[in-house]
Design a protein around this ligand. Structure first.
Ligand SMILES: [Zn+2]
Length: 157
């Protein structure tokens, strides 16, 4: 484990492209709202048209690549309105999985609901062997977003 002395990096929170909705198995009008949209990193609002799609997020390699269900805007969107950790997602317990530069999982931590998500991410990413994090819901295991150090390092794949 190689750690930097201080956190001398910012965090970048990456959404999925809404174009992945093209792979949707189902689209529907979300009457109630509150579904986590991975394209703009906020919860859906009542009446929005939403797609349920099986996606394989970039980053993990080989056997570590996983396909799973996510909600996206069905007809595209302009992405997140804010740069930071998604406020709408703070109430959900997450596991932050850490992957190395070869796309292999090397660790992780549970981030409880609240305001400490950046601290958990910063601690994991202080290890320079860690290339990026993927956050997932604890019970359903669904992918939520990717977190990287800013500026982004040169991709390895
Ligand atoms: Zn969206």
């Amino acid at each position: 484990m190689t750690h930097t002395d201080t956190q001398d990096f910012a965090l970048r929170f990456e959404p999925l492209p809404a174009s992945l909705a093209a792979h949707a198995t189902r689209t529907f009008v979300d009457e109630d709202g509150g579904l986590p949209l991975r394209c703009c990193l906020r919860d859906s609002r009542p009446g929005e048209r939403v797609a349920l799609a099986g996606v394989t997020p970039d980053g993990p390699q080989g056997a570590y690549r996983e396909t799973g269900p996510v909600f996206l805007h069905a007809a595209g969107c302009s992405g997140p309105a804010h740069q930071g950790y998604p406020e709408d997602f703070r109430r959900r317990t997450q596991v932050f999985r850490a992957y190395n530069h070869a796309g292999v999982i090397v660790g992780g931590a549970v981030a409880p609901p609240g305001s400490g998500q950046e601290e958990v991410a910063g601690r994991l990413l202080a290890d320079t062997d860690v290339a990026f994090l993927q956050t997932r819901n604890v019970v359903f295991g669904c992918y939520m977003l990717t977190i990287r150090r800013e500026p982004q390092e040169t991709p390895t794949a």
